[in-house]
Design a protein around this ligand. Sequence first.
Ligand code: NCD
Ligand code: ZN
Length: 345
Amino acid sequence: MKSLTIRRPDDWHLHLRDGDMLKGVTPESTRDFGRAIIMPNLVPPVVTKANAEAYRDRILAAIPEGADFEPLMTLYLTEATDPVDVIAASKAGLVKAVKLYPAGATTNSASGVRDFDKVRGVLEAMAEAGLPLCVHGEVTDADIDIFDREAVFIDRVLDPLRRSTPGLRVVMEHITTEEGVAYAASVGPDLGATITTHHLIINRNHILVGGIRPHYYCLPVAKREKHRLALRKAATSGDPTYFLGTDSAPHVDPLKETACGCAGVFSSTNTMSCLAHVFEENAALDKLEAFASLNGPAFYRLAPNDATITLEKQTDPVEYPAKIETGDGPVTVFDPGYPLHWRVV
Ligand code: NCD
Ligand code: ZN
């Protein structure tokens, strides 16, 4: 039997939601992960230090007894965000990043930023404090094709934003294109990029060929095969620029399997099995620890977890539930489309 022991991984981009959904999905992350960067796109969003404190307490209450898990909180950047509040939340150790959603880019992003001049003061304070900005990198202009939104964002928004705010530390969230991989590689240690589990596994054909698959629909949408291959190369390279952010984003099945379905793939449950499969396929199992457990903490200037997890490869496929039952309804677990043999023991 093949086995692999690595530092306990972290998830640098996770949606835990609130209420019954929070209670239902939190154990799916705390089983394998030590920490997670918690996305603030609740309704209403987490915008102030006080909001983040209250949300953190609700998350802590949802963590199963005995689990070793720390939520790393973020604030949702709006045009009304107060730099003083942001810096206080960072200095208190509560908030580890601020999230930028271009208005209208994705689920619950209506309060996002339209006019970047309005957030200049916050960005300058963050640069000074070394507090990272996590960026949902898609333009929202109606005339830009959805498959081009990331590449256009890099040229029109991200690069000018970085140049006008020297020293700002940035995470390109859930990159999906070879342009994203290349831009991240071109910058240096003040820029990191997260990659999801599902974007290493599916391309746009998986969403659309042979019938529409709502559970593969997420934002940014999966792109062509050449982009998936670029993401695989980046993730399995060991390069410290790239680290795991699952973007696990639960929506109940009735909201996915409908005429206008929500964006989001839920992969917390089987991410480590999927990743071991992917890294083994790329002959890079020795780089899995860097991607899932070391590069993220290094970017966020935190120590890696002391604890470890062990993955074992078994002959029979690992059984995962097709759905997680939450108090809000069923949530379908990401299906990589092939049997998984690596299991966290
Ligand atoms: C996320 C969600 O549902 O909150 N959906 C998604 O497809 N990734 C929003 C996001 O992170 O873009
Ligand atoms: Zn997300």
